[in-house]
Design a protein around this ligand. Sequence first.
Ligand SMILES: Cc1cc2nc3c(=O)[nH]c(=O)nc-3n(C[C@H](O)[C@H](O)[C@H](O)COP(=O)(O)OP(=O)(O)OC[C@H]3O[C@@H](n4cnc5c(N)ncnc54)[C@H](O)[C@@H]3O)c2cc1C
Length: 233
Amino acid sequence: MTKDGYAQVKLISKPENMLKTIYTACRTCYSSDSPLNIYECDNAQDNEKMLKLISRVISSGHYSTIEHIQVSFAISNISRACSHQLVRHRHMSFSQKSQRYVKEKEQFEYLIPDSIAENQELKEKFENFMGEISAFYLELTEKGIPAEDARAVLPNAASTSMVASLNLREMIHLANLRLCTRAQKEIRILVKRMCDALTEEEPWLKDYLVPKCERLGYCDEDKSCGRKQVKGN
Ligand SMILES: Cc1cc2nc3c(=O)[nH]c(=O)nc-3n(C[C@H](O)[C@H](O)[C@H](O)COP(=O)(O)OP(=O)(O)OC[C@H]3O[C@@H](n4cnc5c(N)ncnc54)[C@H](O)[C@@H]3O)c2cc1C
């Protein structure tokens, strides 16, 4: 469990030679040299030179060059509401804890949204309600109802865990959409943690793993948070 009760995120896989791989992909497009020679050349030892080319290529929208990079995260303690939002991203791969195969044996774990948790009376009601759901779920499974059917009563608040993988192009897209203040707080925190875990090892990505307004230079949302000027205003 994390201190603030939100997602626990760990980057569990990323290529060792991320920059070199992207650099080789970028140079291959513009060079008569072979990809192997490019990969082994002196420039591919120089982070500054590689970054210069890479940022130019990404800015021009040549995103296939960053699709070669795949990263994976171990994610725990997110709500089913949040995981449902995450799985809408079609270029991601998921392996999520099954509510069919993993039967709850006691009170299921759940997340209470801050807006409810801040109100003591509503928080208590929420917790009692989760207790009632749990009691009914356990009654169903004790009476022989399979977990895959008993789960019909479990709420959006029920906690889940997954391994999620995606390529760098999708990672940037995910950050652009889900770091925006229009995204719900829980998924914003989750995606921020994914970005932080990655930029800790690859600091050069900080410029890309940002809300979309930072990349666009303006806000394209109807309801703006005011961070950037709204498009057309
Ligand atoms: C603030 C916010 C509010 C939202 N509210 C709602 C809501 O009320 N209801 C709702 O249903 N969803 C909602 N969503 C989800 C949203 O509609 C998208 O499903 C989700 O954000 C995934 O984004 P995506 O499709 O751009 O990305 P991905 O699925 O990650 O795809 C990345 C990109 O690939 C391309 N792509 C992928 N698949 C196709 C395809 N089949 N055809 C053409 N191009 C494709 C597109 O360019 C796309 O942007 C919301 C999302 C946000 C961030």
